[in-house]
Ligand binder design. Structure first.
Ligand code: IDP
Ligand code: MG
Length: 135
């Protein structure tokens, strides 16, 4: 059993896609270990994506991720990190397979509907960000 951190991003919440995305999560045999609905401040979004600081899309990404409510989730199953990234598809929805969440729901490369941690170590850090002491 492994944990990963998923986010249903503001573009998907705003378009009322939470139900269908959670349905896909459950159909793909993830258990939901924790869930939180919140709006990030610009400061919090900047901290969450600090590894991207300095990239051309960073400022816009921070503004978008703090633009509305999001759902953060702890997902649990075997190979949770890789399996969730497989279900999401790649960052660019145009390159994503037809059954992936990003191909089905993303608007563009920034507003790509879902987030997933990229390794078990990142998952642990991101779970702490949303669900740890002082989160
Ligand atoms: P990931 O979400 O697939 O792990 P990352 O490279 O970690 O992709 O980028 C984090 C987020 O930043 C993406 O999900 C997307 O919202 C945004 N992003 C990444 N690259 C671009 C880009 O080239 N243009 C616009 N937004 C981008
Ligand atoms: Mg990433």
């Amino acid at each position: 059993m492994e944990q990963t951190l998923a986010i249903i991003k503001p573009d998907a919440v705003q378009r009322q896609l939470v139900g269908v995305i959670i349905s896909e999560i459950e159909m793909n045999r993830f258990a939901i270990g924790a869930i939180r609905v919140l709006r990030l401040s610009a400061d919090q979004a900047a901290r969450f994506y600090r590894e991207h600081q300095g990239k051309p899309f960073y400022e816009s990404l921070v503004a978008y991720m703090s633009s509305g409510q999001l759902f953060s989730l702890v997902l649990e199953r075997d190979q949770a990190v890789d399996e969730w990234r497989r279900l999401m598809g790649p960052t660019d929805p145009a390159k994503a397979g037809p059954l992936t969440l990003r191909r089905r729901f993303a608007i563009d490369m920034q507003r790509n509907s879902v987030h997933g941690a990229d390794s078990p170590a990142t998952a642990a850090r991101e779970i702490d960000f949303f669900f740890g002491e002082g989160a």
